[in-house]
Design a protein around this ligand. Structure first.
Ligand code: C2E
Ligand code: CA
Ligand code: CA
Length: 746
């Protein structure tokens, strides 16, 4: 808008009107004079005069019309001017030479808070303190358009920043100036906000990084450099991935971007690399910034180095979850871990076992030797406890001299007794403190989840009860909460004691079960099966005691005894004229894995004079598959000695035949469970067929065990099975029975 031009136009129009008015006056005066003259001159002259009058009247009409047109124009201009004044956003005020306000637009009233009456005649200086000086300066500098920050003052005394423009003077009735006063509060606020923003950006303790849509860095603040070590030059124009560590997988970043795209925000912990290569944790918040039309124009990433916080958190964690004396988990962590173990057990259908320990003579040590010695004792006890359990088991200190152990991954409850025994034994050795030896023992109460309680409290409470039971039974022992369990463990222990005695007491003897070649119906082999006659219990099945012997390593002396006795027997039979056959001896995985077994077996062969080519060892499938590489090595060593191998119970494990190819074995024994239903179950029949066909493919011979009927035999024969073993032909026999059987068939 140009008020000044409008003002000028108005002024020019008014001048023109005045001139026309003067002209009009002149013409009127001419007419008057002519009329006077007219009275004095003659008739003919009248006509002449009339003409002139007519002429003048015409002129007058034209002038009047011009005047009218101009007046209309003037009105229009005035209207336009009024409109502008009324709707302007700025106060437009005119003042005279005395600096008194003459006129103003409505906004002026609103802006300064005065009524129209109050404002007219008011001094400009009152509206804008310092106005006079400002005006003078403007004038002196002849720089009338320049803006300078000064303040307006409202009626209520409030000051506000204004921008003032004063126009050139014009003449109304007197010399008049027009001034435009613009309230710039908002603009100042914005400017200040921006200044503040940039201060925040620069002074922030958090690193700030701005990128373009392509994630190229376009700006960073000082903290960015402090934290990352990267300078502006290092990073501007680069992708933030220059700071990336290898901590997170690509999926982590993919998830971050997809969240950013979806919601415009992401925050989380990121491990990045500083310029020096150090990897550190930071807490990052990224937001997408959108432009006016709603497209993402930038990303702003703000991050703080949380290394210190993490360390503090860890320290707090340590304090909150670990016992400061022994470093063991405290009650809080114990509860958490036990809960976790129970959850896992539920998922995997397993048991959790809880030991509750209380030292037996701790109070005496503490009272007589003082707390410091007591503390030392607790530390040593904690260390011993830690050493008698596996890594996965959890030892905690609940309070005072109370400890707990949580066992997970328990397959046999007998193993629990073994661990409990180990814990008791850990206290056998004295603890030496300040040059003196102390004997402390512990009493242990044991509960199992889910049998003895479905929640932590119940398990703890019952374990505590069991512990008191152990104390009442004379301390230094363990007790299960459930009587049935105590009984079971008692039986197991008895079994262990009797099993140990069995070897010395000559309670073992051997049975031999013939193996028949299907094609010739001849006895080509026999399997050696151990028998145990317990003095009180009578015959105990190897299916019951062998697994236990394996868990307690008693299988080692028993296994050696079996092999030695069988070899002796074999050599004796040969001397008695029994034709040679292959003797199969069951060989436990525990034996195979014990170092020194090769020498042991070689020693037995040597000592008994047994020919190794007539000896076959039976290994179960699962044993062979475990730790395959070492097994292959060991088997090769045995093979070098001339011993052959068969895989027992084949089909019950998970091994594939093609995998078996890598093992130096000779025979597969189809498990009895397949043979049982071979005549009735199509699946079992198919499995047996497949095993036979593939075994032959691998040049392995096949023995079917547990053949009890003619029907089973016929099917196996039809499928090409090499040998059979089972009650259909013969039960396992005592050595003299076996000798007779062999001689009768020879
Ligand atoms: P295994 O090696 O699978 O032995 C075959 C088992 O099936 C033997 O049971 C045998 O008496 C039985 N059996 C044989 N033919 C038939 C039949 O037609 N019908 C039925 N129902 N059963 C038949 P046993 O003697 O009770 O042995 C059980 C397991 O104990 C053996 O299974 C073997 O794993 C283990 N074992 C036996 N003696 C020894 C040994 O000296 N050392 C080792 N490590 N384990 C042995
Ligand atoms: Ca066997
Ligand atoms: Ca078997």
């Amino acid at each position: 808008m140009n008020y000044f031009e409008l003002e000028k136009e108005l002024f020019v129009k008014s001048e023109q009107i005045r001139e026309l008015q003067l002209e009009l006056d002149e013409t009127n005066r001419g007419i008057l004079m002519l009329t006077l003259e007219l009275e004095q001159i003659e008739e003919e002259k009248i006509r002449e005069g009339m003409d002139t009058i007519q002429q003048l009247q015409k002129e007058l009409e034209v002038t009047n019309q011009g005047l009218l047109a101009l007046t209309v124009e003037l009105d229009q201009a005035k209207e336009k001017y009024r409109n502008i004044l009324e709707h302007a956003n700025e106060a437009i005020i005119t003042f005279n030479e005395n600096m008194e306000i003459e006129s103003f637009n409505p906004i002026s009233l609103k802006l300064f808070g005065y009524s129209g009456q109050e404002l007219s005649g008011m001094l400009m200086e009152n509206l804008v303190p310092g106005f006079n000086k400002f005006n003078q300066d403007q004038h002196d500098n002849a720089n009338l358009q320049s803006n300078q920050l000064i303040f307006g003052c409202r009626k209520n005394g409030e000051f506000f920043p204004v921008e003032i423009t004063v126009g050139e003077p014009f003449y109304n009735e007197q010399k008049t100036w027009m001034t435009i006063i613009h309230d710039i509060t908002e603009r100042k606020k914005t400017e200040q906000g921006l200044r503040l923003m940039s201060r925040v950006f620069e002074d922030s303790h958090d690193a700030i990084m701005v990128t373009d849509t392509y994630a190229n860095i376009i700006d960073i603040n000082a903290s960015f450099t402090t934290i990352t070590g990267f300078s502006r030059e290092d990073v501007i124009g680069k992708n933030p991935r220059i700071m990336k560590s290898d901590v997170h997988p690509p999926s982590f970043y993919r998830a971050m971007w997809s969240k950013l795209k979806e919601s415009g925000r992401w925050s989380g912990e990121v491990w990045d690399k500083r310029k020096c290569g150090e990897i550190y944790p930071k807490w990052v918040s990224i937001s997408a910034v959108k432009n006016d039309v709603g497209e993402v124009s930038n990303f702003v990433g703000i991050f703080a180095d949380i290394t210190a916080r993490k360390e503090a958190e860890n320290r707090l964690m340590q304090l909150a979850h670990f016992d400061s004396l022994t470093g063991l988990p405290n009650r809080t962590l114990f509860m958490e871990k036990l809960k976790w173990a129970i959850d896992m057990a539920n998922r995997e259908q397993r048991q959790v076992v809880l030991f509750f320990l209380d030292l037996d003579r701790f109070k005496i040590v503490n009272d007589t030797m003082g707390h410091q010695v007591g503390d030392q004792l607790l530390i040593k006890v904690a260390n011993r406890l830690r050493h008698c359990v596996r890594k996965v088991d959890i030892v905690s200190r609940l309070a005072g001299d109370e400890f707990t152990i949580v066992l997970t991954n328990i397959d046999h409850i007998e193993d629990v007794a073994i661990v409990a025994q180990k814990v008791l034994e850990a206290f056998n050795k004295p603890v030496s403190l300040s040059g003196r030896d102390f004997f402390v023992t512990t009493s242990i109460g044991i509960t199992t989840y889910p049998d003895d309680g479905l929640d932590i409290d119940k398990l703890l409470k019952n374990a505590d009860t069991a512990m008191y039971h152990a104390k009442s039974l004379g301390k230094n022992n363990y007790q299960f909460y459930s009587e049935a369990m105590n009984q079971k463990v008692h039986d197991e222990l008895e079994l262990e004691t009797s099993l140990r005695k069995a070897l010395e007491g000559d309670e073992f003897f051997l049975h031999y079960q013939p193996q028949i070649e299907v094609s010739s119906n001849k006895i080509v082999g026999a399997e050696v099966l151990v028998r145990w006659k317990h003095p009180k219990l009578g015959f105990v099945s190897p299916a019951k005691f062998i697994p236990y012997a394996e868990r307690t390593d008693l299988i080692l002396p028993i296994g050696s005894w079996v092999l030695r006795t069988a070899c002796q027997q074999y050599v004796k039979w040969q001397q008695q004229g029994i034709p040679p056959f292959i003797m199969s001896v069951n060989y436990s995985g525990v034996q195979l894995k014990k170092p020194g077994q090769l020498d042991l077996v070689a020693g037995i062969l040597e000592e008994t004079g047994m020919d190794s080519k007539n000896l076959k060892l039976e290994l179960t499938e699962s044993v062979v598959m475990e730790d395959a590489e070492n097994t292959i090595k060991t088997l090769h060593e045995f093979k070098k000695m001339g011993i052959s191998f068969s895989i027992d119970d084949f089909g019950t494990g998970y091994s594939s035949l093609s995998y078996l190819k890598r093992f130096p074995i000779d025979t597969l024994k189809i498990d009895k469970s397949f043979v049982d239903d071979i005549a009735t179950d199509a699946d079992d029949e198919a499995i047996s067929s497949t095993i036979i066909a593939m075994a032959h493919n691998l040049r392995l011979s096949v023995v079917a065990e547990g053949v009890e009927t003619k029907e089973q035999l016929d099917i196996l024969q039809a499928k090409g099975c090499d040998q059979v073993q089972g009650y259909y032909f013969c039960h396992p026999l005592a050595h003299d029975e076996f000798k007779a059987f062999m001689l009768s068939r020879a």
